[in-house]
Write a protein of this length. Structure first.
Length: 556
């Protein structure tokens, strides 16, 4: 028996035979060509075909794994449209008189190495994306169809690979995959996101230990604790089979909580809602007993086309979601472009620190031609359900004043046009900046609710880029400084008589649940698959326990 330590990137336990997936891409032959113009045309056509394939893959992934997973392939399309990438491929062909296959491969390799050199966890993931694109485009140039990597496999297996590339991950037959084991790959990589979306246990970062694996052997993969156990002893196998059984029983117990309130033993009620990015995800959210949608990421509507979605396209999307959830509330976040969320048709300026730059509400207030169609669409759709609208990245009271004035002007236009809209729409803001926390008492008097985005709030409070592994230890939503900011926000909301929710990833963190309850948080919004787990945790708590736990966390 051999026990290997790894990084758990997708939770769960799997027991089965190991299958080694073929290695990475081999360098294509470097050939000289006479007609560089024709060779560039070949490369350009292959890139366009790759974008079409990625668009189709995005649609399939949206249906099977949700919008967060589908957005990966939107990012791949954007990377193929990058001017530096295009120019580099073309220059390699023209200046070196080289074949298209080698030009694409060498460009992708160069870009991947530059991304890896940054040391940023998110950039390491982008390097993997670049290798994925290299395989796709060179495969098209060679006239190769993507092979069935699991051809001939009749029983489900544990798939081991040097690196799990997103395209390969999503196209593997899920019914034949028990788990993933990888030599390298971070928790924030796109392959890791896909594995979690598909519910497949996965570990990575085995490093040199990966060479100890051999196909056909028995293995146990523990995605919770980050372990791979090779040729386990009978006693270990029995232990993990029991763990699997307990996990299955636990899933059954969680399903039994559907329809029950998220209420502490002494009657404190909290609303558990879902984060979604597309109307098609409402069914999955309802199946997990979501009481509403606390975060509808409207920017995903902007990733699906070649231009900004028109008012009618947005109206139909919001209407579909509102009808599906009626009479439950849906909170739509207005466009949150900028930083790591960009569309190819909207050229944002390059910034040294985009997380602090031109993004979210700053773009919307600067570009009424973008903002007005969204607000009009939302107001029109409000007739079909219970709508709330929130605005991201607020830092100043004047921004909220400008937003409300802008909405008032649009309402007047709709009135003049005879277009109906609901009169009871709630308007709120996201609390993501320390400035918004400082001004929370004044802001609370202007809006109907607060929603705390703990992802950005944590990185701004701790001055720690959440994508930078070198300062990852500082990015902790449980840090007392962050919790005190949340407590201040909750007090301001309570004093003003408005509700306050949390829609960042920490909403599903059981460590923080007692603190949130003690602070008076009314709503938690999270990935749908976390809702029943958090409901069980809420139902096992009481106010006294929560208060004591919160006091201890604040004094750490």
């Amino acid at each position: 028996m051999l026990q290997l330590e790894a990084l758990g990137i997708s939770p769960g336990i799997a027991v089965g035979k190991l299958f080694i997936l073929g290695g990475g891409q081999t360098a294509p032959d470097m050939r000289t060509v006479e007609d560089t113009g024709a060779e560039w045309t070949r490369a350009a056509e292959a890139i366009e075909r790759a974008k079409d394939e990625l668009s189709a893959l995005q649609e399939r992934t949206l249906e099977n794994a949700g919008s967060a997973a589908a957005a990966i392939f939107e990012i791949h399309q954007i990377m193929l449209e990058d001017e530096d990438f295009i120019d580099s491929v073309r220059e390699t062909i023209e200046t070196g008189s080289l074949n298209a296959e080698y030009a694409v491969y060498s460009t992708c390799k160069q870009f991947a190495e530059m991304l890896e050199a940054t040391g940023s966890e998110v950039m390491l993931g982008r390097a993997a994306d670049m290798r994925d694109l290299s395989q796709r485009v060179t495969g098209i140039l060679r006239g190769e169809d993507a092979p069935d990597a699991l051809a001939g496999i009749r029983e489900p297996v544990v798939v081991a690979a040097e690196e799990l590339l997103p395209s390969r991950t999503v196209q593997l037959d899920k019914s034949r995959v028990l788990a993933f084991v990888c030599r390298r790959g971070s928790k924030t990589s796109h392959a890791a996101i896909l594995a979690r979306s598909l519910g497949i246990p996965a570990v990575s970062e085995l490093g040199d230990s990966f060479s100890l694996l051999s196909g056909g052997g028995d293995v146990i993969v523990d995605g919770n604790d980050g372990l791979v156990i090779v040729q386990p002893d009978p006693g270990i196998s029995e232990k993990y089979e029991l763990k699997q059984q307990l996990l299955t029983e636990e899933a059954g117990l969680l399903r039994g909580l559907r329809g029950l309130p998220a209420e502490t033993t002494d009657g404190v009620r909290i609303e558990l809602c879902a984060n979604i990015g597309h109307p098609g995800e409402t069914a999955a959210a309802l199946a997990q007993d979501a009481e509403g949608v606390g975060l509808f990421r409207s920017e995903f509507l902007y990733f699906d086309g070649d231009d900004f979605p028109c008012e009618d396209e947005q109206f139909e999307a919001y209407k579909e979601a509102l009808e599906a959830f009626a009479p439950r509330r849906i909170v739509v976040r207005t466009l949150d472009f900028g930083a790591d969320k960009q569309a190819p048709y909207f050229s944002l300026p390059e910034e040294e620190n985009p997380a602090l730059g031109y993004r979210a509400i700053r773009i919307c207030l600067d570009r009424p031609d973008i903002f007005e169609p969204q607000i009009r669409a939302l107001l029109r759709a409000s007739m079909y359900g219970r709508l709330a609208v929130m605005f991201p990245m607020i830092a100043r009271v004047s921004e909220v004043r400008d937003i409300l004035e802008f909405i008032g002007d649009i309402k007047k236009k709709l009135d003049e046009e005879g277009v109906p809209y609901a009169k009871n729409i709630e308007f709120g803001i996201m609390i993501e900046t320390p400035a918004a926390v400082a001004m929370a008492p004044e802001l609370a008097e202007m809006v109907d609710f607060f929603s705390i985005g703990t992802n950005d709030l944590t990185q701004y409070v701790m001055a720690a880029d959440r994508m930078n592994t070198k300062v990852g230890h500082l990015f902790d939503p449980a840090d007392p400084a962050v919790l005190r900011m949340i407590g201040q926000t909750a007090r301001a909301a309570r004093d003003a008589g408005i509700w306050v929710g949390i829609c960042g990833e920490s909403a599903a963190d059981e460590r923080l649940l007692p603190c949130y309850i003690a602070m008076g948080i009314h709503e938690l919004s999270m990935s749908p698959h976390s809702i029943l787990r958090i409901k069980r945790a809420v139902r096992g708590l009481d106010a006294k326990t929560c208060a004591a736990a919160c006091e201890e966390m604040l004094m750490r």
